[in-house]
Design a protein around this ligand. Structure first.
Ligand SMILES: [Zn+2]
Length: 122
């Protein structure tokens, strides 16, 4: 699983930094949300959510990242979209993905469900 690191420096909106996934200086800080960034590498497109993202939003962000990386790494969905004429950069910048055959959804949600149960039990 790829790890998107926190910002290495305070950047101004529109400035770019190194993407920790693809290794290119193509991670651009958002114009309206300077704590949010997206990679504009031609075959990456990963997003780094604001550092304040937590709870269920952070969980869904992780699931999105898992599925997006599976799509970018190839497979049936990427081939299908390529055959339809969808450019790889469009796939990279879209919030789409493919569920890996061995994806363990329960494992992703387990700690969050336990934490929620603990909150209910209080
Ligand atoms: Zn990237």
């Amino acid at each position: 699983m790829a790890i998107i690191t926190p910002p290495q420096a305070v950047l101004k909106p529109g400035e770019r930094e190194m993407c920790s996934y693809c290794g290119q200086p193509t991670l651009m800080v958002g114009e309206r949300e300077p704590d949010y960034a997206q990679c504009f590498g031609s075959d990456c497109g990963l997003r780094r959510p604001p550092s304040t993202t937590s709870g269920i939003a952070a969980l869904f962000e992780t699931v999105y990242r898992d599925l997006h990386l599976e799509l970018l790494n190839g497979g049936t969905v990427k081939r299908f979209l390529t055959n339809l004429g969808v450019h790889p950069s469009v796939m990279a910048r879209s919030m789409i993905g493919q569920v890996p055959e061995d994806y363990d959804v329960a494992a992703r949600f387990e700690s969050h469900v336990q934490q929620a149960q603990q909150e209910v039990d209080r």
